[in-house]
Design a protein around this ligand. Sequence first.
Ligand code: HEC
Ligand code: HEC
Ligand code: HEC
Ligand code: HEC
Length: 207
Amino acid sequence: MKITINSSISPVIASFLIALFLGGGTVLAANEKSLLTEIKEFNKPFDSLSVKQVQPVTRKTVKAREKYQGGSFQVLARKQAIERYKCSSCHKDKPVLVNQAMELTHSDIAINHGRKGNELTCIDCHHPDDRDYLEDKKGRKIDFDHSYQLCGQCHFRQKRDWLGGAHGKRVSNWAGDRVIYNCASCHNPHSPRFKKRFPATYSVPLD
Ligand code: HEC
Ligand code: HEC
Ligand code: HEC
Ligand code: HEC
């Protein structure tokens, strides 16, 4: 802590500082506690600037189907954010006889995900028969709230970092019952790259 002596510092602190400079080590040791109290009182107005340790979570969460260092954690839920959920309100077992039905319903979805010329297709991720679910490599259903299980099959490094807290963002708690963002809270699964952009500010060159 840097202390500058100016008129706003109480004379008590000033006299202790002078005692320190004059080599009054023993004097200080005896009065150390009261000096600390003085400094704390002096800094009191700044205590109100501290942030709350636990942020209240107002968004819907679900318990993750994975463990983090042996314990459980929560992720932000996704289903209520998906406009066209439940998919089965249209996707029933009946065949669609309308021409260009796909364009009429999902033309807003442009796939820009995968290697150029070899982009991922809908059923690499969506369940082929039950549209209310995603699907893993072994044909098992994945709930939309747990899409990190889907992404993590291919992007296992990012998933490992995400579990540990190095990729993504925390909503509340550093440890214990953590609440974190889902992959799809940030990435659009159909076009997951972010646009390149300049930083909001830059370092001033030293001269
Ligand atoms: C308003 C009705 C409607 C809703 C709601 C809807 N879809 Fe569709 N979807 C269609 C139609 C119509 C087609 C084109 C015909 C077809 O392939 O069955 C289609 C096609 C698709 C296809 C491509 C099928 C293929 O074989 O290529 C996928 C994948 C798909 N929908 C996923 C979804 C998912 C996931 C949801 C829910 C989040 C959803 N849809 C909600 C009407 C709908
Ligand atoms: C990389 C995996 C992946 C691929 C490939 C993919 N989807 Fe999706 N899709 C998802 C995930 C994950 C969600 C849920 C997103 C969320 O949580 O908001 C989703 C959401 C949707 C939705 C609901 C959201 C919306 O925008 O209405 C529809 C409809 C949909 N997908 C259709 C399709 C169709 C059609 C294709 C093929 C042209 C396709 N998806 C390809 C992973 C994929
Ligand atoms: C079936 C495998 C597969 C799944 C599932 C999958 N991806 Fe991908 N993803 C790829 C491939 C392949 C690429 C292209 C990698 C490259 O160009 O080097 C890619 C690229 C990306 C990129 C851009 C990477 C870069 O370096 O620019 C992001 C971000 C991404 N995916 C996020 C996701 C998210 C989020 C999900 C889940 C919703 C997901 N992916 C699901 C295979 C997958
Ligand atoms: C809080 C938002 C957020 C969450 C949650 C998130 N990501 Fe990312 N992700 C980013 C950002 C920002 C980048 C960097 C984009 C860039 O550099 O252009 C990124 C980059 C990536 C990349 C590109 C390669 C890399 O490491 O830079 C992949 C792949 C990826 N994320 C996958 C995932 C997966 C899988 C999950 C879930 C397990 C996930 N992300 C969760 C924000 C997020």
